[in-house]
Ligand binder design. Structure first.
Ligand code: ANZ
Length: 851
């Protein structure tokens, strides 16, 4: 999966990025580097040959098929899914690795809980990123992508995940994209695909259309170029038909809350009113307004129409025509896209609308901050209570009229800005004094009664622009016939292979490079056999990743996209973990595609991921990771130096997994020491440890560790789980030769999901049977958890007055404090200050009073 932040533009050699050792206050950057370089030459001395151990177990697991799930017969299927990577030239990003390690810990833990865990991985290898990289390097995306995949594969083999490589997929494989095209055809047949001409986001640098979700603050999420608007015919998926369901189902999904909030916001269901406004002198034209704030209707001081609105030409006054047309032409070329921060602009039409309640004349302006695609393309402007209207009114000297006073008495426009909250209505005719919420309803009622308006719902969500005028993607499986218009390619003719052409670069014409390949374009109509032309756009990369999870279990099925029996058994995925940056792209599309396939009868479930957790993001030494800062973290580098176990442990120990944290090289040293100590404690006791069960405090400590680690791992609180393991190791170290085999084994089992290599090696060294990863997760014994208690006798002047019960390890100060508070002791002390308090540990407290 592609992260929006990785950019090709300022590419550097990253494989030699210096590893800086911690933040050493005061040292210069240069000297730090030299020191780091010196240290780098000398890898830390380790208690064991880490590289050899990790290599040996990788090979052994591979050879024995330890992580190959028996998909057909598994009695307790557990599909543990992680977001497949985009195989970039830079190699595996630390963000990928963070996500994968956290997901793998979960998978390993569930395997030890007796589940048949299926943990597949694959490559999301089509798309702009690979293609742009190939253009830059003067190569071809096909071989370059293959090389990147090979590199990713070898990196992924080293991180210690229990991947089932026998189910690997790549979206660029014709055996895969045949079914991506099949999905397009199914949606097309179901009327969920539409070809529309409209104003679209156009990236002048990547020379292609972008979905709204791919535009961040007015810029292309890939290359950061300012996005333009263009009028183009595009293929759209009608995701808006599913807006309500996408929203409602969120309630029953067990997902990270912040992702749900982002989706809710993106779908952006708003309720409000839609009403007509008469235009003075144009009885034939009525413009309709959509507002979410009918309560502010008395504050309307002008109206704004989108430049493309069809009424503009009709209402514009003769003397304003030239200016309005010039503005329209200009805004078509450079129209700001959602989130843009360019200065506000507009032009007066010379026409006036009539306020629906007060009859007041309102000047009508044209401005490109009003979008044709949203609501009705016309707004009632309330500068006192809307930021954009406020900025516009300020820029063009239009009146600002506050009509909502914040509750609590402060002024409506205290700091010379719009007050956008709710409150109590002022200067609003009969509604003055009403609260915003009830005024909204009452005002809509009045608009309805007058026959000019009604309640209305709108969504922020737009249809998904699915076509790309590029090369590196699955060709859209449509044939254009002069007789039959758009005809889907018959299913038995899929895949429509992406032709292998030298010249794949986009030329900015708005036509895909495939349009230049005559052998590809010219075909015959599947209906009439007459000459026809193939569609030359390819589909959006996000369609590839909107169904990949369905393919893993049935990855080599060549008769169907997914096997129904297999799908019923393994899906929906039990746990999905990945980055929150995919909140509105991948994670929304995948829900939509699943719902659509469900409705078409291809799936039994409509939500692909009942449980999703977003891992946090990592910063390096307090700064955002970016290549220009040179603080890029190269996982290989650390794995070479410390081994995968240490790197894995450090990644999850660094911070709460779902929050993300600050990566510091110095932190790795701490984990390295912990691992070496673990080795020493276990390896040194490998043969001599007594076989007896631990007793007393040793037993309690062991079960306390089991309890804490279990709860923390279950809740993805890996950092505190590791901390508990550290605490437990201290306890074991202190007991030295008294440590039993049971304790050593328990410790290794608890550590196994985090440090799969070392625990496996030690498991064998202590002579335990099988793989540590195939063992059952230890269970905490409730009865062992209770600390032992003792009864303490409380005397006053030597006579028994009370008894208290305290945990055996309660410190003296605490015991005497509680003794002095024992009710019967209090009665006999009667407020006098004791001369002396004598404590006989574990037995009695004697309070000595004067006289
Ligand atoms: C008057 C008003 C007063 C508004 C106020 C807001 C605050 P959401 O909530 O995101 O759906 N709007 C409507 N159509 C628009 C368009 N095509 N282009 C740009 N803006 C448009 O936003 C709904 C609000 O966005 C609407 O409510 C409208 O401004 C504006 F104190 O109407 B409001």
């Amino acid at each position: 999966m592609m992260k929006g932040t990785v950019r090709e533009q300022k590419r550097r050699r990253i494989d030699r990025a210096p590893v800086q050792q911690g933040a050493t206050g005061g040292t210069t950057h240069a000297s730090r580097r030299t020191k780091a370089a010196a240290r780098e030459q000398k890898p830390p001395r380790r208690a064991y040959d880490v590289a050899a151990v990790e290599r040996r177990w990788s090979e052994e697991w591979e050879r024995s098929g330890a992580y190959r799930a028996d998909l057909e017969h598994a009695p307790r299927p557990y599909y543990n899914l992680m977001m497949f990577p985009y195989p970039s030239a830079e190699g595996l990003h630390v963000g990928n690795m963070y996500s994968y390690v956290g997901s793998d810990i979960h998978g390993r833990w569930q395997a030890m809980n007796g589940y048949d865990v299926f943990e597949p991985i694959g490559f999301d290898a089509f798309g702009l990123h690979s293609e742009n990289f190939a253009i830059k390097r003067g190569g071809h995306p096909r071989p370059m992508t293959a090389a990147n995949i090979a590199n990713f594969r070898s990196q992924l083999r080293r991180i210690g995940n229990r991947f089932d490589w026998s189910h690997e997929i790549s979206t660029t494989d014709p055996a895969y994209y045949r079914w991506t095209q099949w999905i397009f055809v199914q949606l097309f047949k179901a009327g969920l695909v539409e070809r529309k001409t409209g104003s679209v986001n156009w990236c002048p640098n990547d020379k292609t259309v972008l979905a709204d979700e791919q535009v961040i603050a007015g810029r292309c999420e890939r290359c950061e170029a300012l996005v333009e608007r263009r009028e183009l015919a595009q293929w759209y998926f009608k995701i808006t038909k599913y807006a309500d369901r996408l929203l409602e189902n969120l309630e029953r999904l067990d997902w990270s809350e912040r992702v749900k909030v982002t989706q809710r916001h993106w779908i952006g269901r708003s309720t409000g009113a839609e009403f007509g406004m008469a235009v003075e002198g144009h009885e034939d034209v009525a413009i309709r307004v959509f507002t979410t704030r009918p309560d502010t209707i008395y504050g309307v001081t002008f109206a704004v129409v989108a430049p493309e609105h069809p009424a503009v030409a009709a209402i514009t006054a003769a003397e304003r025509r030239e200016a309005v047309e010039a503005y329209g032409a200009d805004s078509r070329a450079t129209r700001p896209v959602p989130g843009d921060e360019r200065p506000i602009s507009g032009v007066f039409t010379g026409a006036f609308a009539i306020h629906p309640l007060t009859g007041e004349r309102l000047p009508i302006w044209v401005a490109d901050y009003v979008l044709m695609e949203y609501g009705t393309g016309v707004i009632m402007a309330v500068p006192a209570h809307d930021e954009r209207d406020f900025a516009f009114a300020r820029a063009y000297g239009l009146p600002i009229r506050p009509v909502v006073a914040p509750d609590g008495g402060s002024e409506a426009n205290p700091s010379g800005s719009a007050y956008t909250g709710v409150g109590t209505l002022i200067d609003s005719g009969a509604y003055t004094g009403m609260a915003s919420e009830s005024a909204k309803e009452a005002i809509i009622d009045e608009l309805e009664a007058r026959g000019t308006g009604s309640r209305a719902v709108t969504y922020h969500l737009r249809d998904w622009a699915i076509s790309r005028q590029r090369y590196w993607g699955p060709p859209i499986p449509i044939i254009w016939c002069p007789q039959h218009d758009a005809v889907p390619v018959p299913e038995e003719q899929l895949p429509v292979l992406l032709p292998d052409v030298e010249n794949y670069q986009p030329d900015g014409s708005g036509v895909s490079p495939l349009g230049r390949v005559q052998e590809f374009v010219n075909t015959t109509c599947p209906i009439c056999g007459g000459p026809a032309r193939r569609e030359t756009d390819v589909s959006d990369n996000f369609l590839d990743s909107a169904w990949y999870f369905l393919r893993y279990p049935s990855h080599d099925d060549d008769r169907e996209p997914w096997n129904p029996g297999m799908t019923r058994k393994w899906l929906p995925a039990k746990m999905y973990i990945g980055g929150a940056e995919h909140s509105v792209l991948h994670l929304l599309y995948v829900r939509f595609i699943t719902m659509a396939l469900h409705d078409l009868g291809y799936l039994d479930f409509e939500e692909p991921f009942p449980r999703f957790r977003a891992n946090g993001t990592i910063v390096k030494d307090g700064a955002k990771i970016s290549k220009s800062k040179g603080n890029y973290i190269v996982p290989d580098h650390y794995i070479e130096r410390y081994g995968a176990d240490v790197f894995r442990m450090y990644l999850v120990f660094m911070a709460p997994y779902e929050a993300g944290g600050d990566f510091r090289d110095s932190g790795l040293e701490g984990i390295r020491r912990f691992m070496d100590r673990t080795w020493q404690v276990v390896a040194s006791r490998a043969t001599g440890a007594p076989r007896s069960e631990p007793k007393g405090e040793a037993r309690r400590a062991m079960h306390a560790a089991i309890q804490t680690v279990t709860d923390d791992v279950a809740g993805l609180k890996y950092n505190t789980a590791v901390a508990a393991l550290m605490k437990y190791l201290n306890a074991l170290e202190q007991r030295q030769e008294h440590v039993t085999r049971v304790e050593l084994r328990t410790f290794l089992l608890l550590l196994a999901p985090f440090a799969p290599f070392m625990t496996e090696e030690l498991w064998h060294r202590i002579g335990a049977a099988g793989s540590v990863h195939a063992q059952r997760w230890p269970q905490a014994d409730e009865s062992a958890l209770r600390a032992e208690t003792v009864t303490i006798v409380v005397q006053v002047n030597g006579r028994l007055r009370d008894r208290i019960i305290v945990p055996a390890d309660t410190p003296e100060a605490e015991v005497t404090r509680r003794a002095l508070e024992a009710p019967n002791a209090v009665r006999f002390i009667a407020g006098r200050a004791p001369r002396q308090v004598v404590y006989v540990p574990g037995r009695l407290v004697n309070v000595v009073l004067d006289g």
